[in-house]
Design a protein around this ligand. Structure first.
Ligand code: G
Ligand code: G
Ligand code: MN
Length: 445
């Protein structure tokens, strides 16, 4: 019987070992996805009134692993897990997949959850493993369920979806169901306000002129959305535009913008001004068939002189759809401009892929035109490359005469920035154009 007892103990130990194996990620020894799900299931059976799942993605994990190797990267992941646990007491942390951790919070009310999310967002990204200093930035996807009987797998999936969106939109964190979350920048009430605001005329377009670098003649203008909320005052476009992207209101908003911009092109033409008017187009609209149909139907028989500014990141998401949409727009007479070039990835292969009419040098790049020799060389080569590909070049964010002169000397065709003008309402733009024309008249007289 002693023997039997020992055999039973061995079996038990083996089973515990197997269970450990089944519930842990072998490389980091952290609990795995299955462990997180079973923890959630336990909570569902208990009396837990609310539960939140937060999924963390280590930004550019692959690059870190390439730099310091598997072993140390796993150590960083373990360190991150420890830091998460110290930040959120009463939580469970699991290693879900490569570079991705999950955390379960029980019992949070929304205010507590907001506070935890903020604390997690504020985590120090600096880690030190075996003498290596590594920065590991985390993005957060959050999902939240109230009451018992939630679906554990669905919750983890929602948080993962929110993280995917986070990466796509280049944000720090997103909540799967933002309606339930009191995030001032990102809630549905702001979005229903936006829809109302569109109807009530709270939105407007300002136009920032684009001038020819050689003689300052204004040949175009970029339309920039402005929203004055009746209670909150002006809301920054990057805030309401990314919120509109997330809630699906971006198509409505952009269609409004295009209609308004085309109306303004006509007004300009009546005033004897022909300007190419540019509208910024969100990346996710490029794959949207309904948007494409709208554009093609709307510009038919319209005044022309329309350009779309598109960022590269928009194209990187879904190159095939973007290239196809861009080709359709160009065929219909819309000019295409590549916005913010020089920020982020700026891969030359995208320039090859994209048939565009204009390249806008991001202000970080344009501003360096009169700085060092190397900076000048980069700007000059970029301009030459763009010209070689049949594009004209706009320098953005030009604030000083030195910057404008340097860009002009390097062959830049157009300049845009506070030196020329800030974004202006249409009436002010017309005044500005009149004022620009006058000095020439008096000089000639
Ligand atoms: O206008 P600035 O003034 O703050 O604009 C901030 C950001 O918002 C810029 O990156 C600009 O491209 C973007 N933006 C402004 N108007 C629009 C618009 O109509 N659509 C999109 N997608 N972005 C816009
Ligand atoms: O991303 P996009 O290029 O569409 O952004 C245009 C943004 O740049 C707007 O927010 C606009 O107000 C801002 N902007 C325009 N000219 C200047 C400038 O000369 N300096 C700075 N700092 N910002 C500018
Ligand atoms: Mn732009």
């Amino acid at each position: 019987s002693e023997l039997r007892r020992r055999a039973a103990a061995i079996v038990q130990e083996r089973e515990a070992g197997l269970l450990h194996l089944a519930m842990h990620e072998p490389e980091t020894e952290l609990p795995n996805r299955r462990a997180l799900l079973s923890e959630l299931t336990r909570m569902r059976q208990g009396d837990s009134s609310a539960v939140a799942v937060i999924v963390f993605g280590v930004d550019r994990y692959a690059a870190m692993r390439a730099a310091i190797g598997y072993g140390l990267s796993n150590e960083v992941v373990r360190e991150i897990a420890a830091r998460l646990l110290r930040t959120c007491r009463e939580s469970r942390v699991a290693h879900l997949s490569t570079g991705v951790l999950g955390l379960v919070l029980r019992r949070p009310d929304l205010a507590a959850l907001q506070a935890e999310v903020e604390a997690l967002e504020a985590l120090n990204p600096a880690y030190r493993v075996q003498g290596f200093a590594v920065d590991a930035f985390l993005r957060l996807g959050v999902a939240y369920a109230e009451g018992p009987g939630f679906d554990a797998e669905a919750l983890v999936e929602q948080a993962t979806t929110a993280l995917d969106e986070c990466r796509r939109l280049d944000r720090r964190r997103l909540v799967f169901d933002s309606a339930a979350f009191p995030d001032p920048d990102l809630n549905l009430s702001l979005m229903s306000d936006l829809r109302q605001g569109l109807e009530r005329g709270e939105l407007s377009l300002h136009y920032q002129p684009k001038a020819r670098a050689e003689d300052g003649c204004i040949v175009g203008a970029e339309a920039l959305l402005r929203w004055r909320h009746p209670d909150r005052g002006p809301i920054r476009p990057d805030v309401f535009i990314s919120a509109a992207e997330e809630t699906g209101a971006i198509r409505e908003l952009t269609e409004w913008t295009i209609r308004r911009a085309l109306g303004d092109v006509e007004q300009l033409q009546w005033a004897g001004r022909r300007l190419l008017v540019s509208v910024n187009i969100s990346g996710r609209l490029l794959g949207d068939q309904a948007f494409r149909d709208f554009v093609l139907a709307t510009i038919e028989g319209g005044p022309g002189d329309l350009c779309f500014e598109i960022t590269e990141t928009a194209v990187i998401e879904n190159p095939a759809a973007a290239v196809e949409a861009i080709a359709a727009f160009r065929k219909a007479g819309v000019k295409i401009s590549i916005d913010d070039y020089g920020v982020g990835l700026s891969s030359l292969s995208y320039l090859k892929l994209l048939e565009a009419d204009e390249l806008k040098l991001d202000r970080s790049l344009a501003a360096s035109a009169h700085q060092g020799r190397r900076d000048r060389l980069i700007v000059r080569s970029t301009i030459e490359l763009a010209h070689g590909l049949g594009m004209s070049v706009v320098g953005e964010g030009v604030e000083t005469p030195e910057a404008q002169a340097a860009l002009a000397e390097l062959g830049c065709d157009l300049v845009q920035g506070y030196l020329i003008a800030r974004p202006l309402p249409l009436a002010d733009l017309l005044d500005f154009l009149d004022a620009q024309a006058k000095p020439d008249v008096t000089a000639a007289a």
